[in-house]
Design a protein around this ligand. Structure first.
Ligand code: IPM
Ligand code: MG
Length: 358
């Protein structure tokens, strides 16, 4: 097959980890006789520095035009002044919205070789296999009005949390379809005891649940969910929630695995949307440029890209197996290394995964 993949390395460790994922995709293409064409776009803080815009038109056009987008990370301290008019994260939100990728799939699974990296007791993490479905193009991230003002000499800021039933229904449907291919359980997370938007969410969630009687369904309040992720993470299968709750809970859940550097994600829309794939970790400016970042989350995101955007499930599974193999052989980047382990570089980790593919 032929495919055009847009690479958006972005900021911080983004370029380093995307380079390794590209290496893996190139190896997959060579192995299976596919032709992947890569195009690289400017995005994030680096795009602000060079063009004044975190998502230049040219980059957006490239993304809309290709078959899939692989993103590294955006942001960094030099662009995080709270009073700045232009911020890297605005580029990411605009990209998600423009691609229409309303469902963010974030799998949280513990690699057996890394079970001891978790801060939780081994018996708690053994059975953890959760997929978060985070609504990605609505909610408080996008609701209007949003802004700041000074009233009676006092600064104030405000955001709007708003969901309409169609936005809720379509992401719930993604969750139920996914659960049907997995353990058959959906947990919908909201704050319906306080928020009006959550009460609409819950109403619609129950309607969708009624259309899928074969799937076990429950709703859980977000504060309770924060607790359950620590004391019984093995009880969940598919967890669906709004944009901000999903942002927070997926970072919390990543710690069950012990390393934020391991978790991939896929942002998907309707049948004609171009998928967006990114590691869930950030730009890690503190270690950028040192060649020590963990590229596995980005490599695993590339595997999701192969499966969901290119329909290459077998190749995707091969990449995932290669990652598990490299870990089982004891290779660790600095974030995963324990005392006494020799940490491998970003590049060596990428090379090891490529070698494991053949
Ligand atoms: C994420 C990130 C982003 C988000 C930031 C960088 C805008 O935290 O993908 O989880 O909040 O969505
Ligand atoms: Mg986040």
């Amino acid at each position: 097959m032929e495919a055009t993949i847009t690479l958006l390395p972005g900021d911080g460790i983004g370029p380093e980890v995307v380079t390794e994922a590209q290496k893996v995709l190139t190896a997959v293409a060579a192995k299976h006789n596919h032709t992947f064409q890569f195009r690289e776009g400017l995005m994030g803080g680096i795009a602000i520095d060079q063009t004044g815009n975190p998502l230049p038109e040219e980059t957006l056009g490239m993304c809309l035009d290709g078959d899939a987008v692989l993103l590294g990370a955006v942001g960094g301290p030099q662009w995080s002044d709270p009073t700045a008019k232009v911020r890297p994260e605005q580029g990411l939100l605009k990209l998600r919205k423009s691609l229409g990728v309303f469902a963010n799939i974030r799998p949280v699974k513990v690699f057996s070789a890394l079970a001891d990296a978790s801060p939780l007791r081994p018996e708690r993490v053994e059975n953890v296999d959760i997929v978060f479905v985070r609504e990605l193009t609505g909610g408080i991230y996008f609701g209007q009005p949003q802004g700041r003002e000074t009233v009676n000499g006092r600064r104030a800021g405000y955001d709007t949390m708003r969901y309409d039933e169609e936005e809720i229904r379509r992401v719930l449907e993604v969750a139920f379809r996914l659960a049907a291919q997995r353990q058959g359980k959906v947990t919908s997370v909201d704050k319906a005891n306080v928020l009006a938007s959550s009460r609409v969410w819950r109403e619609v969630a129950h309607e969708v649940a009624a259309e899928h009687p074969e799937i076990e369904f429950e709703d859980v309040l977000v504060d309770a969910m924060a607790m359950y992720l620590i004391n019984r993470p093995g009880d969940f299968d598919v967890v669906v929630t709004g944009n901000m709750f999903g942002d927070i809970l997926s970072d919390e859940a990543s710690m069950i695995t012990g390393s934020l550097g391991m978790l991939p994600s896929a942002a998907l829309g309707g049948p004609d949307s171009v998928g967006l794939y990114e590691p869930i970790h950030g730009s890690a400016p503190d270690i950028a440029g040192q060649g020590i970042a963990n590229p596995l989350a980005t490599i695993l995101s590339a595997a999701m890209l192969l499966r969901s955007s290119l329909g290459l499930s077998e190749a995707a599974a091969e990449v995932e197996t290669a990652v598990a193999q490299v870990l089982a052989n004891g290779y660790r980047t600095a974030d995963l290394a324990k005392e006494g382990d020799t940490a491998v570089s970003t590049r060596e980790m990428g090379n090891r995964v490529v070698a494991s593919l053949f």
